[in-house]
Design a protein around this ligand. Structure first.
Ligand code: 4AD
Ligand code: MG
Length: 453
């Protein structure tokens, strides 16, 4: 029976007969024996194997090249070599699948850009193995966080007819062929439909029934932003809480990010050590800071004042009533506060229709969490629960109330204050691993002009 390398490297005593099945990272031949470095992706580390020339299968050793897959049987023994506790003394080797000399992943020296062109093979590299093991572990941590706090996981639809964010960045879903004279009613769903930009509107209906809920699924945005932080397809986590206001929302957002940082420190230590060494030298310090220190909270109006007084020449001018650009967000969190920062109470004009109007009649209960190196990682709000005000908001945003009749119904029947947020899973991963480009924390990136693989 196959044993994963992860378990062998963690062995507490020598083992007599083990079977390893893995890919060959390197082979070195010496007089009368060979070294094989085997990696099966189950953990960061590789297993060193020593194969004697007399071992069955050794006659074919020339085909045991980098990238090939193999089965190795042997004894796990204490290794005399430095830096490794165990090694495998092979008693039999067998090639499973050969890899010829065109195998593009050599031992070192590949740029991230090159590795993106071989996205089907890059999970076999140290960096991407570490990234995707961490991604998997954190997805688990997300569920654990919410489930242990009595939140229910809701699967919101991927195809939708409503534009949650109102930014018009939706991908159309259609079976129409684009022939002249085709009517929208002839389309598959009888009306225009899109890939969802957010599960929020749908998940609100469940918050107004099950109290605490969350979504965790893919979302799609046709924004033509070719940046290191935007993808056309990304995963979003959206909790929503009934009987909750903006403060409760900000508390949950902060607690959630802290829990994810703590989880990474506790459960991804080996991969994290690699990131801290080769990707971002400040990583450990940053994660500890995030876990230990309260985040800064600042109203939007105050953030604008800070930016204006900064004496900085920003590419985009700073004006009350305009969206914070990434450079502004990063100044606040990286240079001014030097801490994760939650900005709240934004002007109503620059935020979507569903946010609650404050008593000042000018701002809404929006909040964005900004983190160093990334900028916005969370966007959320307390929702407008008053029926008349929601109707007014829709008018102000030139939305057709009829299209949102079911959303408005939540306010008609037992309305409650409620709040939630969306966290971009890839941006969180960038923050927790130090990986600087969103293309490198998602298995297969979808960005403008690129949908290979
Ligand atoms: O701020 P956003 O647009 O908020 C919403 O969609 C709300 N409906 C969420 C809610 O309240 N339930 O997006 C939320 C987060 C952003 O803060 C960012 O982390 C991420 O989603 N995000 C993206 N991540 C990668 N690529 C993109 N193009 C992204 N757009 C948003
Ligand atoms: Mg946002």
């Amino acid at each position: 029976m196959r044993t994963l390398i992860k378990h062998l490297l963690a062995a507490t005593q020598p083992l007599d007969t083990v079977t390893v099945q893995a890919w060959i990272r390197t082979r070195r031949d010496a007089k009368g024996f060979s070294f094989l470095e085997l990696n099966d992706g189950s953990c960061f580390g590789s297993l060193q194997c020593v194969v004697d020339a007399g071992a069955p299968g050794y006659e074919g050793i020339a085909a045991f090249t980098t990238g090939a897959s193999a089965t190795v049987e042997g004894r796990l023994v204490a290794s005399p070599a430095q830096g490794q506790k165990w090694e495998l003394r092979a008693t039999r080797i067998e090639l499973v699948g050969p890899a010829d000399s065109t195998y593009p992943l050599q031992k070192k020296g590949h740029t991230l850009e090159f590795l993106r062109t071989i996205a089907h093979l890059r999970p076999r590299s140290n960096l991407f193995g570490a990234v995707f093991r961490t991604r998997s572990r954190l997805a688990f941590a997300v569920h654990e966080f919410f489930q242990s706090r009595d939140f229910f996981y809701i699967h919101t639809p991927i195809i939708t007819a409503s534009d949650c964010e109102g930014a018009g960045e939706m991908f159309r879903v259609t079976t129409l062929k684009g022939k002249p004279g085709e009517k929208p009613e002839a389309d598959f769903f009888g009306k225009p439909t899109y890939l969802t930009v957010s599960g929020q509107l749908e998940v609100e209906t469940f918050a107004c029934a099950l109290s605490n809920v969350y979504t965790f699924g893919p979302t799609f945005r046709a924004e033509n932003s070719n940046t290191a932080r935007h993808a056309a397809e990304f995963w979003m986590i959206e909790p929503e809480m009934a009987f909750c206001d903006l403060n409760g929302d900000m508390d949950l957002a902060e607690e959630f990010i802290k829990a994810m940082a703590r989880h990474t420190l506790e459960h991804c230590a080996e991969d994290l050590a690699f990131f801290a060494r080769f990707v971002d030298k400040t990583l450990n310090e940053r994660l500890k800071f995030v876990v230990e220190r309260p985040f800064v909270r600042v109203p939007y109006a105050e953030a604008i004042e800070i930016l204006k007084k900064s004496g900085r020449q920003f590419e985009f001018p700073v004006n009350y009533g305009q969206n914070l650009q990434s450079e502004h967000e990063r100044f606040l969190t990286e240079e001014h506060f030097k801490s994760p920062t939650t900005v709240f109470n934004y002007p109503r004009e620059i935020k979507p229709f569903y946010m609650r109007l404050n008593d000042d009649q000018k701002t809404v209960t929006a909040m964005d969490v900004l983190v160093p190196g990334i900028g916005e990682v969370i966007g959320g709000a307390q929702r407008e629960e008053r029926p008349a005000q929601l109707a007014e908001n829709m008018k102000a945003h030139q939305l057709n109330e009829k299209d949102y009749w079911w959303y408005a119904d939540l306010r008609r029947y037992g309305t409650v204050p409620h709040a939630g947020f969306g966290l971009g899973f890839e941006r969180l991963l960038m923050f927790l691993t130090g990986v600087a480009n969103i293309r490198d924390v998602i298995p297969f990136a979808r960005t403008p002009g690129s949908a290979e693989f």
